[in-house]
Design a protein around this ligand. Structure first.
Ligand code: ATR
Length: 267
């Protein structure tokens, strides 16, 4: 815990529930590494109090910004005064900067953090054929970020195929250089350079696989958006077939510095 004085700049994380959040510890290690006099505190806000909480934070002049997590990411989009990047197209905001005049500027950094984590591990999405399982919040953020990063082709596979088609349409319109497609069940998983699980399947031990791993092979990368467990059954199956695996945790770790930057704590 950093020392707090009258000069310390305040930041927050808004969530409901709040007890499980690890962001304060992780952000404080970033602050310590960069010599930043800041503190990030957990703020337990229920959905029906979100707009009022935001109004309170607008008038706190030593408040720099906050992280928004479950269940606040979609609602936060409508409450910000402006948003950066693809947040409006993704439909969610997970980090907000408070400007000196109290204006709140949102960004959605989940997908950008995912791409930063890939690149840190030496995996470059530009020019790649990507299969993305899922079309919910996490998948939307990742879809826009890999297309923005220069993916050549993106196939989105989702149980509710209409959601995959809508997402593929939005991504394809925004990044026409990326060829997009939508399917209910992925066929030929071996045809892709990079396979990403962004469904919630793998969080619980009795979940079915998000896709059939039988066709996976050496030379492919299989990546997870799930952070806990670190090794999902999909990653274990991919590893057993010789594919390289990329776990979910780097997405969060790489995002922390991006969040510190967006909130103006880091130059
Ligand atoms: P998150 O914010 O974590 O992305 P979400 O927006 O609720 O959560 O999205 C969950 C994703 O996991 C969706 O793609 C969902 O598929 P549907 O759009 O068809 O609901 C997928 N998912 C969850 N449970 C699933 C299951 N039992 N079988 C297949 N897909 C599932």
């Amino acid at each position: 815990m950093p020392e707090v004085t009258g000069r310390t700049r305040l930041y927050g994380i808004l969530a409901d529930p709040i007890h499980h959040v690890k962001t304060p510890e992780v952000m404080h290690s970033v602050f310590a590494r960069h010599g930043i006099d800041g503190v990030l505190v957990p703020m337990h806000v229920a959905p029906d109090g979100l707009a009022r909480a935001l109004d309170g934070l607008r008038v706190m002049q030593n408040f720099g910004g906050f992280i928004a997590t479950v269940p606040h990411k979609p609602a936060m989009l409508g409450l910000c005064d402006a948003v950066d990047g693809d947040a409006a197209l993704i439909g969610a905001v997970n980090c907000v900067r408070r400007e000196a005049d109290g204006r709140m500027i949102g960004a959605m950094l989940d997908g950008i953090g995912f791409v930063a984590g890939l690149r840190e591990a030496g995996i470059e999405p530009a020019g790649k054929r990507i299969l993305l399982a899922g079309a919910g919040g996490a998948a939307s953020a990742i879809a826009f970020a890999v297309a923005e990063a220069g993916a050549a082709a993106l196939t989105i596979a989702n149980r509710t195929v209409a959601k995959a088609a809508a997402l593929a349409g939005r991504v394809g319109t925004t990044y026409p250089a990326c060829t997009t497609a939508a399917v209910a069940e992925p066929e030929a998983v071996g045809d892709y350079d990079l396979v990403v699980n962004a469904t919630s399947l793998g969080l619980r031990p009795d979940d079915p696989m998000p896709l059939d791993p039988a066709g996976l092979h050496a030379g492919q990368v299989v990546a997870e958006a799930i952070m806990d467990p670190a090794e999902t059954p999909l990653l274990a199956a991919a590893r057993a077939r010789g594919a390289a695996v990329h776990p979910g945790l780097p997405m969060l770790r790489c995002q922390i510095e991006l969040m510190a930057r967006h909130m103006g704590a880091l130059a």
